[in-house]
Design a protein around this ligand. Structure first.
Ligand code: PMV
Length: 313
């Protein structure tokens, strides 16, 4: 049996987080230089059925049967075996590594799941299709996020920019002209289900107010898609700023995220906003290439723990 490696990228939500949970469009892109990697290899001398899991980032070095079913590594493994109807796989070792920061809005959980599903199903001789991988990852995400919209599993599985509307067929789209983003990690790690739950409570208390905010955010996503497809990248800056104001109104920003977004603008970014669930995680800033250094430095000076640069293409 061969050794099978598989990877999946990280992701960024550019526009539309939270509103996407309520059926509005959002835009997400893969971040190819951040990756989750799964390597599956046979263990010919081990007893059949024994699945060894090694995930140094999560300090796991154990067998599958010792892990709870909702463990982020065990869950996709069990889901893969169930999807393939395999009770007892040949003895194997699954190694998982990821360069995607955890709980930072970069899709680390979904990427780990996609890489495992891809690698393990191929190793077992029945490679799952991208549609199946995305769907199973969505189910796995539910264990951790409660009510995910499905945007993470979609963009990470298909590895292309997506214009995502819940329960609608997948729509990938073309980036006419590449553009550069500086990503700043706030160093604050907040599980997505916390702001998602708070937005739900607010929506239950004041449905009309929240629906109006979602509508405006969805409209920004639609305008941003047009700008990206037609190469009008500079108009994305003001759209990011507008989206950030609406996220503040939804109470999913924070003093630190606002400070980082403002620091990026002062240093010359064309626009900036939080990305993902909010309260913590990342701020993204649209920059001309000449401004990358100064914007990154300003973000670090304003309290970011690290910055990355990515080109969306
Ligand atoms: O924190 P992240 O990057 O997983 O993004 C969450 C995005 C939300 O719209 C807030 C929730 C969702 O499921 O779409």
């Amino acid at each position: 049996m061969p050794v099978v490696p598989a990877t999946a990228p990280g992701k960024l939500i550019l526009f539309g987080e939270h509103a996407v949970v309520y059926g509005k469009p959002a835009i997400a892109v893969p971040v190819q230089h951040l990756t989750a990697k799964a390597i599956v290899r046979p263990r010919p001398k081990a007893p059949p059925g024994e699945v060894w899991i090694l995930a140094p980032d999560l300090e796991l070095d154990t067998t599958l049967d010792k892990l709870p079913a909702d463990n982020p590594i065990a869950a996709p493994v069990l889901a893969c075996l169930a999807a393939l109807g395999i009770d007892q796989p040949p003895a194997l070792k699954l190694r998982v590594n990821s360069s995607i920061p955890i709980a930072a809005g970069l899709g680390s959980g979904a990427a780990v799941s996609v890489a495992i599903l891809r690698g393990l199903s191929a190793f077992l001789g029945h490679p799952l299709s991208d549609e199946q991988i995305s769907e199973i990852t969505f189910e796995v995400e539910k264990l951790h996020h409660g009510t995910p919209s499905g945007i993470d599993n979609t963009v990470i599985t298909f590895g292309k920019p997506v214009y995502f509307i819940k329960d609608e067929p997948i729509r990938t789209f073309q980036v006419e002209k590449p553009f550069t983003l500086v990503i700043a990690d706030s160093g604050v790690s907040v599980p997505t289900r916390v702001p998602v739950g708070d937005v739900r409570s607010a929506w239950e208390a004041e449905p009309e107010k929240l629906e109006a905010l979602f509508e405006q955010i969805g409209d920004i996503s639609a305008r941003a898609k047009q700008a990206i497809e037609s190469g009008h990248n500079h108009s994305l800056g003001p759209l990011m700023d507008e989206n950030q104001l609406l996220l503040q109104e939804l109470s999913v920003s924070s003093e630190k995220l606002d400070r980082l977004a403002a620091a990026a603008k002062e240093a010359g970014a064309l626009g900036s906003k939080l990305s993902g669930g909010g309260r913590g995680g990342n701020v993204i800033a649209l920059v001309d290439d000449a401004a990358v250094e100064q914007v990154s430095e300003a973000l670090l000076a304003a309290g970011a723990t690290q910055t990355f640069t990515t080109v969306v293409q």
